[in-house]
Design a protein around this ligand. Structure first.
Ligand SMILES: Cc1ncc(C[n+]2csc(CCOP(=O)(O)OP(=O)(O)O)c2C)c(N)n1
Length: 667
């Protein structure tokens, strides 16, 4: 083979992509073939990375937002020499257990910076990564944190609503280290994009405060020039790269036929000829591979220089940076929280758990300096801002509080990006009802095992007059159904502190805190050094007689009702225990013996939660009772609502006595 040129490098990506899709008999060859030239310029000339040290904290981040084109990323990782992306993995594309899943999955292989596939998520994650870079650069200095975030996004990503939230946020924050390469191929699944959109993407990005450029995506010199210019911009940059989807495919190029199906043997043979790539499937000639490997180790020098700079930091600064960037927590960070809980048990205030959460955060944000809080335009309602944070904005990227604006989905995806970047523990708030507006990103936090804390207030009909549009009923059940997501609904200020402690301690997954608008009494008046919420549920108050006739299980604001029902039942000589269940997910993970001990063997079991019954069935069984919601809420004062929907101590007592009577009859 003569000297390797740019086209050979790009054709290696094209060939691997079409061959792997053909072998798997499924996948998306069009996008990798179309963007191969752009990706080649980026990876061989600009991207700062060292394939031998994929976790280098100061590497540039590369996000393939158009995740269906996963073979583009897998090819690049293989070619540049990432150890775990072997040729065998490429041959195993889309097979069970391979690192080369259908869409890039975070954690499957190094170099996959985030899980993409749900269109629009990647570009929104990238905004969070760029926020993290700007923030940490301000915090630790440019000699330690100084990198770019690059994104490849397609028409689909830019059609998704989340892209708008993300683009708008990036423009407002002036994230000049963020560079989006738009695969401007005017094709999506249904055909040409003029079937569906007429947006002027350049004008759209410009309107959001971005720098823009457009280039022929098959002209390496033009791409190079555009990226070099983008690096100098004081704003984020979008480069529209005009490409041909399925570039090289003799009859299908430029059509949606190449988007998501194998090209077929004849078309592949034709593409080999057209591209001048005579090599067998999964064969990359040595000179081409060598050139790629050279690109993969290009960053080693700057990585080593970075290592030296880190080594020169004061020991305390160095260990603090390393701790935060690898997700460790400060020594004894929990002590302040334990002391707080102790004081609250003594003082026993009556406060809404959202206000309780703010009090906890005042303590936590001191103890754990890498938290970055925020809210989607509900700061005063979510109680997410504390005194010590300062505001993160263009002028002050080091601030620790983000005014996300009315962009719940963008906020959640940005938080994922920050968590993935490392060095930050993000939390952000909105109303619990609007988890619907950011659920796809919450699901991805869980799928990617990311420590993100969702502060979701106004958690039931207890919010009152805002009515059924704002009153969650099915949301707790829907969130509990997401695997690896812990949903907490604490009942007082002590449980709120416990829930926060568990959320921050949890390194491998997200947490939702469902918090009340209305005041709740402190029921945990006896201090326990142990975090009782850690097992999800526990006996808060046993039957006074010691003999349980009834077990009442409640979460959040309904624990108070359970305790009132317990007292009323005691007057009738009925022994009731109250189990507080702040986190069903954790409770269900406990041993059967623990669960049985807590739930007991009383003949009657009733759960109380101002939401639908669905998530309680496992605990209640077919005979269990439930006091809660069966449909949408209504607008009205809180007391009237609880009475109207029958979520009262009286209703619990009535259900318990009736159930006891039938249980006795059954005997
Ligand atoms: C949220 C979401 N909706 C739908 C899909 C299914 N889907 C995958 S790719 C695609 C079309 C994307 O078009 P484009 O970004 O132009 O990609 P290209 O055709 O250029 O490869 C769709 C609808 C998805 N992955 N995510």
């Amino acid at each position: 083979m003569p000297q390797v040129n740019q086209a050979d490098l790009a054709n290696a990506i094209r060939a691997l992509s079409m061959d792997a899709v053909q072998q798997a008999n499924s996948g998306h060859p069009g996008m990798p073939m179309g963007m191969a030239d752009v990706a080649t310029v980026l990876f061989t000339q600009f991207l700062k990375f060292d394939a031998a040290a994929p976790d280098w904290p100061d590497r540039d981040r590369f996000v393939l937002s158009a995740g269906h084109g996963s073979m583009l990323l897998y090819s690049l990782l293989h070619l540049t020499g990432y150890k775990d992306m072997t040729m065998a993995q490429l041959k195993n594309f889309r097979q069970l257990g391979s690192k080369t899943a259908g869409h890039p999955e975070y954690g499957h292989a190094k170099g996959i910076e985030t899980t993409t596939g749900p269109l629009g998520q990647g570009i929104a994650n990238a905004v969070g990564m760029a926020m993290a870079e700007a923030h940490l650069s301000a915090k630790y200095g440019k000699s330690i944190v100084d990198h770019h975030t690059y994104v490849i996004a397609g028409d689909g990503c830019l059609m998704e609503g989340i892209s708008h939230e993300a683009i708008s946020m990036a423009g407002h924050l002036g994230l000049n280290r963020l560079i989006v390469l738009f695969d401007d191929n005017s094709i999506s699944i249904d055909g040409p994009t003029d079937l569906t959109v007429s947006d002027n993407q350049i004008a759209r990005f410009k309107a959001c405060g971005w720098a823009t450029d457009s280039v022929d995506g098959h002209d390496p010199a033009a791409i190079e020039k555009a990226i070099a210019a983008a690096q100098k911009n004081d704003r984020p940059t979008m480069i529209a790269c005009k490409t041909v989807i399925g570039f090289g495919a003799p009859t299908k190029a430029g059509t949606s036929a190449t988007h998501g199906a194998p090209l077929g043997p004849d078309e592949i043979a034709g593409a080999r000829e057209k591209l001048g790539w005579p090599h067998k499937p999964f064969t990359v000639p040595k000179p081409v591979l060598d050139a790629w490997r050279k690109a993969g180790s290009r960053g080693a020098t700057s990585r080593k220089a970075w290592d030296k700079r880190v080594a020169k930091l004061k020991p305390a600064d160095r260990s603090e940076f390393k701790r935060a960037i690898t997700g460790g927590l400060p020594k004894n960070w929990q002590d302040a929280l334990t002391a707080f809980r102790k004081r609250m048990s003594r003082e026993a205030p009556k406060v809404a758990t959202r206000a309780a959460s703010q009090k906890v955060l005042e303590v936590l944000n001191d103890a754990v300096p890498e938290t970055v809080g925020g809210s989607a335009d509900l700061t005063g309602s979510n109680n997410t801002k504390t005194g010590q944070l300062g505001v993160m904005n263009k002028k002050n990227p080091g601030g620790r509080y983000v005014y996300y604006g009315v962009r719940e989905h963008g906020m959640a995806a940005a938080m994922n990006g920050m968590a993935l970047h490392g060095g930050i523990i993000p939390y952000g708030g909105t109303f619990l009802i609007f988890t619907d507006y950011c659920r796809p990103s919450i699901r991805l936090s869980a799928l990617m095992n990311q420590r993100v804390v969702y502060v979701m207030t106004h958690d039931s009909i207890g919010l009152g007059e805002d009515g059924p549009t704002h009153q969650p009923v099915e949301h707790l059940a829907a969130l509990r159904a997401i695997p690896n997501l812990n949903v907490f609904r604490p009942c007082d200020i002590v449980e709120t502190a416990e829930a926060w402690e568990l959320a921050v301690a949890r390194e491998d997954g997200p947490t939702v805190l469902a918090l009340t608008r209305q005041g709740l009494p402190t029921v945990r008046t006896r201090h326990s050094a142990r975090n009782l919420s850690a097992k999800g549920g526990y006996v808060l108050s046993d039957a006074a007689t010691g003999k349980r006739d009834v077990t009442l299980i409640a979460s959040g604001s309904e624990v108070e009702i359970a305790l009132a029902a317990q007292a009323a039942l005691a007057k009738k000589k009925i022994g009731a225990a109250v189990v507080s269940m702040p986190c069903l997910d954790l409770f269900e993970a406990q041993s059967a013996s623990y669960r049985n001990k807590v739930l007991g063997d009383a003949p009657v079991r009733i759960a109380i939660e101002a939401a639908v019954r669905q998530s309680w069935d496992g605990i209640l069984g077919p005979d269990g009772g439930f006091v809660g919601m069966t449909g949408f809420g209504a607008s009205g004062p809180i007391d009237a609502l609880y009475k109207h929907f029958g979520i009262t101590a009286d209703a619990v007592v009535k259900q318990a006595t009736t159930a006891l009577r039938s249980a006795k009859k059954r005997k």
